[in-house]
Design a protein around this ligand. Structure first.
Ligand SMILES: [Zn+2]
Length: 602
């Protein structure tokens, strides 16, 4: 058994260096005092921004500066906390940072309504009168788009006060599914009794023993099905909240309200759904291949996650993985590679697992710090994929922060996963070019195809369901469990096709998907994955102009709308082309995988 070390036993070289944020905790304490004092000052600026362009600049700059200092101390505290969540001192820092977020939000809440209270011409006059405001034009443009959807101050206050109440159904959903649901005991691969949970379910569904998968599937759904009317009630209430909020803010639909917060037009969503539906036959084919390779007389919904290529024989130590990452990403040019190397050389990465460390992986940091990466390294191909994924986020942050002013120094969720997934695609391509062992090649191809299935197809399926229940509810339909299950079951059968048995339980899958409470979030996973496939091919074409267009996207941050940024990078997300190209890649890799998998089975 591998022992997980205490934090103090981890070699320094494998930990991140937080002293470049503050040399020690006294720097953090000072920052807290400064932010508190500055928040008080900013609160007193209320009512003063319209007197001149100079004044509008001073107020705006003061608010951004306050948030910038807040972010820095917040990042310091949260990284410290994540490296060892059992550390009481780190918990204290994190608690202080959390409460300061609320303090700053309260001290600056008047700013947006005050700006939007100005006539558009008056506001533009003030901006034009002060040259230093030119760098904030896009901020004001985005704010201006909310003008018609912002209510009077007393109405906004009423809505804000009801925020907790509007969030109640999502809260009830998560308490019920995370805390209260009790799952039965089932047998694992070795025949041992194990108490089922959502986490263990994911593991058991990958079992190579069909009986284990079936039993886990049936046991899990038997529990959700006991509460399907309760889940229908929480989901219906959540949908009503989205619809109601959109209506009182004068949006045409909940979808329009949600998407406009990222400046994304409806056509992006509609194009995605339409195009994915035109390519469902590729998914049917992939599912059919799974049935063939597994040699099952019947393929059930619970047979979709067991590996069909076996475990990968490739293992990488962390130093080996660093070298592979550098080679795979070298197509992005010497500057990109040098910046990746710098991440390795300056202790920007917290590499290994230790007791109390947050699980999973992420890329963090803020405008004035280096990008930081948290990993829980295992010597596996999967960890190498995680490393290049998080490196994609970190390089996006690096290039944005070194090319944009603070106010544009972040990027929207719509474009964020594109940088990371592009890197995964570049690694896939690199491995296919360098690995000759058919088992390894099959694993790499399957990794890509499964990612595509789980992201482009599955998240679009979710998006279709989500839009259906919102529009039905808006039209007066009551969202009962049976009504939702009928649609979901049919939808699922349409996505997976005739090669898989649509087990009756799957019609109730909506009961256990937390993303349906995220308000039109999931479609971005699909658009992002498809855009990344197209962008990586442009990079790999060897045309330096295409590579530079990609790097330019990394440098753009929030300086323009996400769609504009992607368009300049070479992907027009209002058109189906980028999706069609992604499906072409899926089909090509599926053909190669089919050939390999059949040969390996012989
Ligand atoms: Zn990511």
């Amino acid at each position: 058994m591998k022992q997980i070390p205490e934090r103090s036993a981890v070699p320094t070289a494998l930990t991140w260096d937080l002293t470049t944020i503050y040399p020690d905790d006294s720097g953090f304490d000072q920052a807290v005092a400064t932010v508190k004092a500055q928040a008080q000052k900013v609160a007193q600026l209320q009512g003063k921004l319209a007197t001149s362009g100079e004044q509008l600049y001073q107020v705006t700059a003061a608010i951004f500066d306050l948030n910038r200092q807040l972010e820095r101390l917040y990042v310091y505290a949260s990284l410290k906390n994540d490296q060892d969540t059992s550390n009481a001192h780190a918990q204290d820092l994190s608690g202080q940072a959390e409460s300061l977020v609320a303090t700053v939000a309260a001290a600056t809440s008047w700013y947006e309504p005050e700006v939007l209270g100005l006539e558009p011409a008056t506001l533009q006059g003030l901006i034009d009168a002060e040259p230093r405001l030119a760098d904030y034009q896009h901020i004001f443009d985005v704010l201006g788009q909310r003008r018609d959807h912002t209510l009077s101050a007393p109405e906004e206050k009423l809505l804000a006060g009801a925020g907790d109440i509007f969030g109640a159904s999502a809260k009830t959903y998560s308490v019920l599914s995370d805390a209260d649901l009790q799952f039965p005991v089932v047998q694992d691969e070795e025949g041992h009794d194990v108490r089922l949970s959502e986490g263990l379910y994911g593991v058991l569904l990958q079992s190579t023993t069909p009986k284990v998968r079936e039993q886990a599937f049936k046991a899990l759904y038997s529990v959700y099905q006991q509460f399907r009317h309760t889940f229908a009630s929480t989901l219906a209430s959540e949908v009503k909240t989205h619809n109601y909020t959109a209506q009182v803010r004068h949006y045409g639909s909940a979808r329009e309200a949600a998407m406009s917060s990222n400046e994304i037009p409806a056509v992006v969503y509609d194009t995605l759904v339409k195009t994915v539906n035109q390519h469902l036959d590729s998914l049917h084919q992939y599912v059919g291949l799974r049935k063939e390779i597994l040699g099952l007389p019947e393929l059930h919904m619970y047979d979709l996650y067991t590996p069909i290529t076996g475990e990968p024989s490739l293992k990488y130590t962390y130093p080996e993985a660093q070298q592979e990452a550098l080679k795979a990403l070298s197509v992005l040019g010497p500057d990109y590679v040098a910046n990746v190397q710098k991440m390795f050389d300056t202790r920007a990465i917290d590499v290994v697992e230790n007791k109390g460390k947050r699980t999973g992986a992420y890329s963090g940091g803020m405008y004035d710090t280096k990008p930081y990466i948290l990993l829980n390294w295992q010597d596996s191909l999967e960890s190498l994929f995680t490393l290049v994924h998080e490196m994609g986020h970190s390089m996006h942050s690096h290039y944005t922060r070194s090319n944009q002013p603070y106010q544009y120094g972040d990027y929207s969720i719509f474009v964020a996963e594109i940088a990371s997934t592009t890197n995964e695609n570049l690694l896939t391509d690199y491995l296919l070019k360098t690995q000759t062992d058919p088992h390894v090649r099959a694993y790499v191809l399957n990794h890509y195809l499964d990612g595509f299935k789980g992201t482009v197809y599955r998240q679009t399926q979710f998006a279709e369901f989500e839009d259906y229940i919102h529009t039905q509810a808006a039209a007066g339909q009551s969202l009962t469990a049976d009504f939702m299950s009928k649609f979901y079951g049919d939808l699922n059968a349409r996505y997976y096709g005739d090669n898989v048995i649509s087990d009756p339980q799957i019609a109730d899958e909506w009961t256990r998907i937390p993303h349906f409470y995220y308000n039109y979030y999931v479609y971005q996973y699909s658009t992002g994955f498809a855009a990344a496939t197209t962008l990586s091919q442009r990079i790999l074409s060897g045309d330096p102009a295409k590579r530079d267009a990609y790097l330019n996207y990394l440098k753009s941050g929030d300086s323009a709308s996400p769609l504009e940024v992607m368009k300049r990078a070479g992907v027009d997300m209002t058109q189906p082309d980028y999706l069609d190209r992604a499906f072409k890649t899926f089909d090509e890799r599926l053909a190669e995988f089919t050939k390999l998998a059949r040969e390996l089975k012989k």
